[in-house]
Design a protein around this ligand. Structure first.
Ligand SMILES: [Zn+2]
Length: 300
């Protein structure tokens, strides 16, 4: 198999998938239920979502394992099932996408902060290692350490992947757009601070996902590109900023076509892997894939 890094040299723009949480809810995942348990209990639904993204034009597929660490599964009393859940998720993704595709094993934040002293570096390293190994065993060839906001935690996750698996590594942070115009994570980290720190930790690809819609994300990508001129970049915007209904449901404003309209601006800013985060569906990915194909046709 060609590595993702090698492949990006000849195909410098690739389309990734969209949200998993949104798709699972559309298929009946109850609010508050464990999305990752569906890898074991409803594999046919996981397969159907993966297939829908593949059919829509996703070349890269993410596993349904965002909350698949012992930290998150442990909150539900499922810490003994980490390996099984992550292996199953990766195996389904691999099976749907075939042997040559890149499967991105999703690793999300622990929900703890080193700063607060409620977890140690060793505990984080060990938990991320456990998840990463299981994702690789199941068939993932790339790890995507995503929706991160703290350099220390993300660096430990990247190191755990690098030192314990052969997976390539994407590390993606989530930024908010402050009133003054600057982009910062919840922990106050700027794109210019994040980029060198995570490359040093061993990330092959860096990027940004979640929180912002596509238009607001263009500025983050520009700052990442300036900070890391030679590094492939990933961007997975939300379908805009949601409004919350009285029932607690998030409604995302960006329709597939309006979201795809921003694809050229993201690609101009330097994005190499374009997908979607919360609120995006296979319809969004189909529109994005079409926009990417048109962009590449126009620039060829
Ligand atoms: Zn998201």
């Amino acid at each position: 198999m060609t590595t993702l890094m090698q492949e990006l040299k000849t195909r410098p723009v690739q389309v990734s998938d969209g949200a998993w949480g949104t798709a699972l809810q559309n298929r009946g995942l109850e609010m508050g239920a464990c999305p990752e348990m569906w890898n074991l209990e409803h594999p046919e639904e996981i397969r159907a979502i993966a297939q829908a993204y593949r059919d829509a034009g996703a070349q890269l597929l993410t596993t349904n394992t965002f909350g698949g660490t012992r930290f998150k599964l442990g909150m539900r009393g499922l810490e003994a099932r980490v390996a099984e859940i992550n292996r199953s998720a990766a195996a389904i993704a691999r099976d749907v996408m075939g042997p040559e595709a890149h499967i991105l094993g999703s690793i999300g934040p622990s929900g703890h902060m080193l700063l607060m002293g409620d977890i140690t570096e060793e505990e984080l390293y060990s938990g991320f290692t456990e998840q990463a190994r299981a994702l690789e065993e199941g068939g993932a060839d790339v790890a995507v350490v995503e929706t991160m906001s703290a350099i220390d935690e993300a660096s430990i996750a990247v190191r755990a992947v690098r030192e314990n698996t052969r997976m390539e590594i994407i590390c993606s942070f989530t930024y908010d757009h402050l009133p003054g115009g600057e982009y910062r994570t919840m922990m106050g980290v700027s794109p210019a601070e994040m980029a060198p720190a995570l490359l040093q930790a061993g990330a092959d690809i860096i990027g940004t996902n979640c929180t912002l819609g596509p238009k607001e994300m263009v500025g983050v990508v520009q700052e990442l590109r300036a900070a890391a001129p030679d590094t492939p970049l990933l961007a997975s915007p939300n379908a805009g900023r949601p409004t919350r209904t009285d029932e607690g449901e998030d409604i995302f404003p960006e329709a597939p076509e309006s979201m795809a309209e921003t694809a050229p601006a993201l690609l101009d800013a330097g994005v190499n892997i374009l997908g979607g985060c919360c609120g995006t569906t296979d319809a969004h990915i189909r529109a994005i894939a079409k926009a990417v194909a048109e962009y590449r046709g126009a620039s060829a």
